[in-house]
Write a protein that binds this ligand. Structure first.
Ligand SMILES: [Mg+2]
Length: 173
């Protein structure tokens, strides 16, 4: 099931090196999930190391658009704080949100990577449009009930595959 196979799998979003894993792999554009990828479901905040990583990504010359299934005002508020474009209520894995997000930053499939913490939304949607997808471990275990059910299924699909940069998993908050 190639659609459900992430191209890379990282222990935490901060383990993605802007130079090596983004620019070095030809990715000048990134569609970035929010909930439990950069925004903790436990604290409803973006951890400080993730904020610093986001800054490094932008300094490396990668254009970022936030892409969230969140139905509330949260993505818009964070987009304003971070000064980033956003597409919320995206209904991932359906393509329209990805296409809108790509349009906002002038991205093409070949130069874009999708980064998120869920196989069935972030990764599948990326692959439907021929984009690469980096899966990350969720920042925290806490999540919406239906997401937890889906996550159990996704863990089965990942099987024994272990994320790159595992030591960061141990230190996550
Ligand atoms: Mg998420």
């Amino acid at each position: 099931m190639a659609f459900l196979e992430p191209d890379r799998y990282f222990a935490r979003v901060t383990r993605i090196s802007p130079e090596d894993d983004l620019i070095g792999c030809g990715f000048t554009h990134m569609l970035l999930d929010m909930d439990n990828t950069i925004l903790s479901r436990a604290t409803h905040d973006i951890p400080r190391d993730v904020l610093a990583w986001l800054e490094q990504v932008r300094e490396a010359g990668v254009s970022v658009c936030l892409l969230s299934n969140n139905w509330h005002d949260v993505p818009y508020e964070w987009a304003k704080t971070l000064d980033l474009p956003v597409v919320a209520k995206a209904c991932k894995p359906l393509p329209h949100g990805y296409i809108a997000a790509r349009g906002k930053i002038g991205a093409r499939s070949a130069d874009t990577v999708v980064v998120g913490d869920q196989l069935s939304t972030d990764v599948v949607g990326a692959h439907l449009l021929g984009m690469k997808a980096y899966l990350v471990c969720p920042l925290v275990e806490q999540d919406l009930k239906h997401t937890q059910v889906v996550r159990a299924f996704e863990r089965m699909l990942l099987g024994a595959r272990s994320p790159e940069g595992v030591s960061a998993c141990e230190g996550r908050d």
